[in-house]
Design a binder for this molecule. Structure first.
Ligand code: GDP
Length: 478
């Protein structure tokens, strides 16, 4: 029982309370002491093992090279608020009434596919139709890779703004190539050259300046250069990614959005990543399952099947899955139900157990010793760019030896936001707030996700505390 465990811990010299989360190391110590064999598994591993117990492998294409066929890139639009993400997504839909498919897109399902011609070839592109990077990072935080390429929208009259930087840092952290759409070139005072110059500082160097990032000047409002932008997406995909999938296997992918519809029950938009999804298939999506009763495409039309990179609205699930949940088709209804039930049970456990922390300054030391991390990832938010830069510079100068790298994943002026917490969750980072607080639901979210957020108002205090934690972790073990 908890009380006796606390007693054992005390004998081991660790003061803990019955409800406190402890590090993996401490758990191991406890297990040894009590003659248990302890095995620690991550949620991802656990899910993989669960699926393996049903002889299912998730995330890999079946068959060899010869079974792989080219698939369209999946694209997310990111950028600062009001720079034109929504307008651009609309413009792309409009300009691109797929040749021969009159009527256009009538249904918002969270993603759509367009056709374009590049070098005389018909090419398709799938857009995730949720502007902003919240969805993107939320999915990534859960380990789901949804996006191949990010379009970074920057308004030419406004230039690079805090969320521009935030967005590009998210994309970089996820290793997603960026195409820059310099928007609003129709506006007076638009200065696309300045945008190029500004982004150079963040490692996005335009091709015309000898870099490898494609910049396209557009006006989402006037529908200007939308085709060139699509072409840039295709060319970037061709240059830096090998986008292929096996269309012949049972479908797998991720849920993009979902809701409960009064008439139709649980509806979910899923993005097929490999295989082909068909009406009548039995699928599991997160902890929802069911037989696909009907599928609708982005034009609201019924479709019988959907191949790799195709988004479809699926009807027939037992309940509403979460964005970023993975989906897979299985042979039997019973298997689907069992997987879903096991996941639901696990989810309940996780929610219950997740009162603790991921990486904090306190347990970083142990995490490093255990070889769980080799770097300290930081996100720095502050009240002024001067103080943020000063803090970052001092932190990067800390003498921490060769064992650890300090990486600043993102820095910015302003409150600690949900987006910061998402980035921290996905990258096991610690968030530093300098003379700022958490905005909106960021604090709750940090609490729920177990992200360590530290607030300081004096630079040297921040430096001292982090140095102490780093020194702690570098102390030789006796
Ligand atoms: P979001 O917050 O990034 O999704 O930005 P919106 O797409 O909502 O656009 C913000 C505002 O800028 C809206 O009033 C748009 O009509 C306007 N806007 C977007 N693109 C352009 C453009 O190319 N030219 C001009 N003049 N206005 C634009």
């Amino acid at each position: 029982n908890p009380a006796s465990l606390v007693g054992v811990m005390m004998n081991l010299g660790e003061m803990v309370t019955a409800t406190q989360s402890v590090s993996d190391e401490t758990l191991k110590l406890l297990a040894d002491e009590m003659n248990f064999i302890l095995e620690i598994v991550s949620p991802e591993e656990e899910d993989r093992e669960l699926l393996e117990s049903f002889d299912i492998e998730f995330g890999e294409d079946e068959g060899g090279e010869e079974s792989l066929v080219a698939r369209p890139p999946v694209v997310t639009v990111m950028g600062h608020v009001d720079h034109g993400k929504t307008r651009l997504l609309d413009a792309i839909r409009k300009t691109n009434v797929v040749a021969g498919e009159a009527g256009g897109i009538t249904q918002h399902i969270g993603a759509y596919q367009v056709a374009t011609e590049v070098n005389g070839e018909d090419r398709r592109i799938t857009f995730i139709d949720t502007p902003g990077h919240e969805a993107f990072t939320a999915m990534r935080a859960r380990g789901a890779k949804s996006t191949d390429i990010a379009i970074l929208v920057v308004a030419a009259n406004d230039g690079v703004m805090p969320q521009t930087i935030e967005a590009l840092n998210h994309a970089k952290a996820a290793d997603v190539p960026i195409v820059v759409a310099v928007n609003k070139i129709d506006v007076e005072g638009a200065d696309p050259t300045k945008v190029r110059g500004q982004l150079t500082e963040f490692g996005l160097v335009a091709e015309e300046y000898g870099g490898d990032t494609m910049f396209v000047d557009i006006s989402a409002k006037q529908g200007l250069n939308i085709e060139s932008l699509l072409e840039a997406v295709v060319l970037t995909a061709d240059a830096s990614l090998d986008l292929r999938a096996n269309p012949e296997q049972d479908a797998q992918g991720i849920a993009i959005e979902s809701h409960l519809d009064k008439g139709r029950g649980a509806v979910a938009t899923v993005l097929v990543q490999r295989g082909t999804l068909r009406v009548g298939d039995t699928m599991v999506v997160g902890d929802a399952y069911g037989r696909v009763r009907a599928m609708l495409d982005d034009k609201g039309e019924n479709v019988e099947e959907a191949g790799p990179s195709t988004p479809v609205l699926v009807l027939g699930l037992t309940n509403v899955p979460g964005a970023g949940d993975n989906f897979l088709v299985v042979d039997e209804d019973r298997t689907a139900r069992q997987i879903a039930e096991k996941r639901a049970a696990r989810e309940r456990n996780v929610r219950f157990a997740r009162k603790g922390v991921r990486f904090s300054l306190e347990n970083l030391d142990e995490a490093l010793k255990a070889g769980l991390v080799q770097e300290l990832n930081l996100i720095i938010k502050g009240d002024a760019s001067g103080s943020v830069e000063a803090l970052e510079a001092s932190l990067l100068q800390l003498d921490v030896g060769d064992e650890v790298d300090i990486r600043v994943l993102h820095r910015g002026v302003g409150a600690v936001t949900e987006s910061d917490i998402n980035l921290a969750t996905g990258s096991d980072a610690i968030v530093i707030g300098f003379n700022v607080r958490a905005a909106g639901r960021a604090a709750q979210m940090a609490e729920r996700e177990g992200v360590d957020v530290r607030y300081y108002s004096v630079i040297y205090q921040a430096i001292e505390e982090i140095e102490a934690a780093l020194k702690g972790m570098l102390k030789p073990e006796y």
